[in-house]
Design a protein around this ligand. Structure first.
Ligand code: MN
Length: 290
């Protein structure tokens, strides 16, 4: 089993100026990671040529994720909002392609934020039709789409792995996969083991975020890590596992607010990132004692 170990860009920086890009990419490589996940909330703001050059310089791979906002929510009933969402997603797809990435993931099927009602039938259909459209575009570049199901306060479209698999069955595209995140699963799933097994049995276990229950350092919250890592091992998962953590120490102008990052859970991101990688490697190797 050969896992690709990733780290989310927000561990290092909330922006992507040339200096911030070099800092994030060089720090990810120095901490021992194979991949950096770009926070492509505003994909048009990225210099993809510079990013590709820096990735090559430091021998790092990249993925990208984003969450849509109210004006680009593809689960809206308003065709103009959906059209803006598709334009944003197309930009994000171009970014992944131009930096040589293999997956675009995150909340690409919905707004990232709390809704006051369930999705409407038309809204859900708009979301699924958009993912079909995006998947076919992505297939032209050999790119997969990872649907990150989130806790109920961050989307109303898919909150569990089973809802995600049902959604993917409707979409019916081979390059659309489930993106599992332990932070969200810890809130919504009955069982980490069953969730991992269900995604794997469907052939749709495509991308993983390891995040602690409070979004801070791995192993210091209430996520059942041994159970989760054991399940990944038992199904033979050999894809990407990306460490995701947020603190008020590193702020993104919109993402930090959408995710409700109000407190400081760490200051030393170098130690945080190194410890998370060691923790994940140990867990996946099956040698963890607790
Ligand atoms: Mn996540």
């Amino acid at each position: 089993m050969s896992i690709t170990h990733g780290v989310h860009a927000l561990v290092w920086t909330g922006g992507w100026s040339p200096e911030e890009a070099r800092h994030a990419i060089s720090s990810s490589a120095a901490a021992g990671y194979d991949l950096i996940e770009l926070a492509a909330i505003d994909p048009a703001a990225f210099d993809s040529d510079l990013t590709a050059r820096l990735l090559a310089e430091y021998g790092l791979k990249a993925s990208a994720s984003l969450g849509l906002d109210e004006s680009t929510d593809v689960s809206s009933e308003d065709p103009e909002v959906v059209a803006r969402g598709r334009a944003r997603l197309a930009q994000a797809l171009d970014l992944v392609r131009d930096v040589g990435g293999e997956i675009l993931c995150g909340v690409i099927y919905s707004r990232l934020g709390k809704y006051a009602a369930p999705p409407t039938e038309r809204g859900l259909a708009n979301s699924q039709e958009t993912i079909v459209w995006l998947a076919d575009r992505a297939a032209d570049s050999g790119i997969r789409l990872g649907l990150e199901f989130c806790n109920r306060y961050e989307t109303n479209v898919i909150n569990t792995v089973q809802q995600t698999l049902d959604y993917i069955a409707v979409v019916d595209r081979p390059n659309v996969v489930a993106h599992l995140d332990t932070y969200h699963m810890n809130i919504e799933e009955h069982s980490f083991t069953e969730a991992v097994r269900a995604a794997a049995a469907a052939g749709k276990l495509g991308y993983v975020h390891v995040g602690e229950s409070h979004r801070g350092a791995l192993g210091t919250g209430s996520v059942p890590w041994q159970e989760f890592f054991t399940a990944l091992r038992e199904v033979g998962y050999d894809g990407t596992v990306t460490f995701e953590s947020f603190s008020s120490e590193v702020v993104h102008p919109t993402l930090s607010g959408s995710l409700a990052i109000w407190r400081n859970l760490w200051e030393d991101n170098v130690t945080l990132a190194k410890d998370a990688l060691a923790f994940t490697r140990e867990g996946l190797s099956g040698s963890a004692s607790s």
